[in-house]
Design a protein around this ligand. Structure first.
Ligand SMILES: O=C(O)[C@H](O)COP(=O)(O)O
Length: 338
């Protein structure tokens, strides 16, 4: 994916703004993310009675930082230091209107049902004590609704903000001019690569009627086999080619840099990602089923993904005892909000 370049202008009270641009003031680099912060007379809008500096980032990501007290950052002076472990939450969207009608949905952009809304809120309660620094969703509304509704339950009370990188205007028109506000924000990246598998000519068809017409085995093969695509649609393998590639290129570097990440996506895009995380074979993935609105927690540590299962409830201590970092984060939330 071609990297986008954007400029973020942020307000700052410091007189150091009048220094010449120092190219290496702050530089963050990873495979997919490059950030330079510098100050230049050329870009300082002195006539505006406010001071500005320029943050220049080369990425398809965001400039909404999250230096708050998550396990990944609370023991460092800045968020550049690599963390020992980070949390990865995967969440399939809540029930959609077409799930309810038992229709093949794929890339058709259908919203949640009331039950789906409730599932998303319930999922949010389950992860309400787990740190989230960045959110990735598909480009589809059911995943985005799920992520947003889940975050209404998070105890940290940060605001998920959808990042608009689609054009220069979209970027500049959605700029945030307060450092404090940014710190209370979670960037949300919507990526089509995380979309549901494209179901081809099955999209909009009733699943039961399709099984009656083509046979149960054939439909099961289309729905669950690894490499057999539905008519003119994507097989799981094809879906993995873009979803897992996106995960490796864009999301893993965030985890590596110490960010805790939540992904709200779909049955099959998440199945392909779980296949990669859990090193499942193409046989094993056939029986992998994901329920709507159930979060799954992984810990990313020393380059490995450790499956922790699904947090049962916010009150359930067990899941937080899995790692010291998570337990500490939870304790900090208790201190802050009680
Ligand atoms: O796209 C769909 O219809 C569902 O979200 C997933 O369908 P599946 O259970 O057939 O994979």
């Amino acid at each position: 994916m071609a990297a986008a370049v954007f400029h973020q202008v942020i307000g700052t009270p410091h007189s150091s703004l009048h220094h010449e641009f120092r190219e290496n003031t702050l530089r963050l680099n990873s495979n997919n993310f490059r950030l330079e912060i510098g100050v230049s007379r050329r870009v300082c809008h002195r006539s505006d009675q406010r001071n500005f500096c320029v943050v220049k980032a080369s990425t398809s990501q965001t400039s909404v930082f999250d230096p708050v007290s998550s396990p990944s950052t609370n023991n460092t002076n800045n968020s550049k230091k690599k963390s020992n472990e980070t949390a990865l939450i995967l969440m399939r969207h809540g029930e959609s209107l077409w799930n309810e009608k038992n229709l093949f949905t794929g890339c058709v952009d259908v919203p949640l049902t009331k039950k789906g809304v409730e599932e998303a809120i319930e999922a949010g309660k389950r992860i309400s004590n787990i740190p989230v620094d960045m959110i990735y969703t598909s480009a589809l509304i059911r995943a985005q609704m799920t992520a947003m509704l889940a975050m209404t339950q998070h105890r940290r009370r940060k605001v998920p903000i959808i990042i608009h990188n689609e054009s220069e205007q979209a970027r500049t028109w959605s700029e945030i001019f307060s450092e404090d506000t940014k710190k209370q924000s979670i960037p949300v990246i919507a990526a089509w690569q995380l979309n549901e598998r494209m179901y081809g000519e099955l999209q909009g068809l009733n699943k039961q009627e399709t099984a009656d017409r083509y046979g149960k085995e054939q439909v099961h093969e289309w729905r669950r086999s690894y490499d057999i695509p539905p008519p003119n649609g994507e097989s799981l393998e094809m879906c993995a080619e873009r979803a897992v590639a996106y995960f490796k290129d864009q999301i893993e570097p965030q985890l590596l840099s110490g960010k805790n990440v939540m992904i709200a996506a779909h049955g099959n895009s998440l199945r392909s990602i779980i296949m990669y995380l859990d090193k499942l074979t193409s046989q094993e993935v056939i029986s992998l089923e994901l329920s709507t609105g159930i979060p799954m927690l992984y810990i990313f540590k020393e380059g490995k993904f450790i499956r922790r299962g699904s947090p049962v409830a916010p009150t359930e201590a067990g899941v937080y005892a899995y790692t010291r970092g998570l337990a500490q984060y939870r304790q900090k939330l208790d201190e802050m909000f009680h």
